[in-house]
Design a protein around this ligand. Structure first.
Ligand code: NAD
Length: 248
């Protein structure tokens, strides 16, 4: 799966940006968005559950759904892909993880440099709107402002956290390898990250069991699960580090 030229690149690289999506957490038991559409969450409408308008209409319903997702994420354990990326971060000069996931599993695996493009399921933030008293009853409230709290995730139609994309794009411009792991590469603006790498002449490796819109443009498209392939990449790169250490 890892050909000679990729192996060589992995051994030379010291500065990586890894874009991750829901697929990286699939083997931790957290359904991807696509799974959710086909599986047990098939009856949920993203426009009801993942928009501010939906929240203002039915805040209890939205909170119940996020509470279930929080519990699922809290019970899940980081898998071999999260752990391998955390280990790689310790060895490389620079290894930035840019994740679309909101589950916090990269940090729980020990990764320090993580940009959360879509926020974090485990955090709350106050809304600025006032809800009618009967709608707001029993909802969690901000201890400082008294305003109703909502999950601190990016819903459809909302802005990404300030500076997140700019930081990711700048990191790509000085990186020597970009990985796109477990993402369908269609949700913007995250999907533009590997394209920005290609425009800047930075090689892109995709890891996904299925073909995506990025597959034909990527320099390597490795078909496999994240928990299987990411540790193989780190192992291939490590030969370089252990050799380097021996020669010092
Ligand atoms: P997506 O569901 O659109 O795509 C998931 C991708 O992962 C697919 O291409 C699929 O083929 C691939 N995949 C499935 N199993 C895999 C595995 N074991 N290893 C590697 N790849 C695997 O998800 P997305 O691209 O992240 O974008 C959809 C949105 O859904 C994002 O905005 C994200 O915030 C949100 N989301 C997040 C979580 C989470 O935090 N874990 C879960 C569901 C959805």
């Amino acid at each position: 799966m890892i050909d000679k030229s990729l192996q060589q690149l992995l051994r030379q690289t010291s500065n990586i940006v890894a874009l991750t999506g829901a697929g990286v957490s699939a083997e931790s038991g957290i359904p991807t968005f696509r799974d959710a559409q086909q599986g047990t969450w098939a009856n949920f409408d993203p426009m009801e559950l993942a928009t501010l308008e939906g929240f203002l209409r039915q805040p209890h319903k939205v909170w119940d759904w996020y509470q279930q997702r929080r519990e699922m994420a809290a019970k899940a354990q980081p898998n071999a892909a999260h752990l391998a990326l955390a280990e790689w971060q310790e060895q490389l000069e620079q290894c930035l993880i840019v994740t679309q996931n909101v589950d916090g599993l990269h940090q729980r695996a020990g990764s320090l440099h993580v940009i959360e493009l879509h926020g974090n399921l485990h955090r709350d933030r106050p809304i600025s709107q006032q809800l009618p008293a009967e709608k707001a009853a029993d909802l969690p409230r901000c201890p400082e402002t008294g305003n109703v709290l909502r999950p601190d995730v990016v819903w459809f139609g909302e802005m990404l956290p300030e500076g997140a994309m700019e930081q990711a794009l700048s990191a790509i411009e000085v990186s020597d390898l970009v990985l796109s792991i477990g993402t369908s590469a269609v949700v913007q603006p995250a999907a533009s990250i590997p394209l920005h790498a290609l425009e800047n002449g930075v090689p892109v490796v995709e890891i996904n069991p299925e073909a995506t819109e990025l597959s034909s443009a990527a320099d390597w498209s490795l078909r496999g699960s994240a928990a299987d392939v990411v540790p193989q990449l780190v192992a291939a790169a490590q030969l370089h580090y252990s050799r380097d250490r021996l020669s010092r």
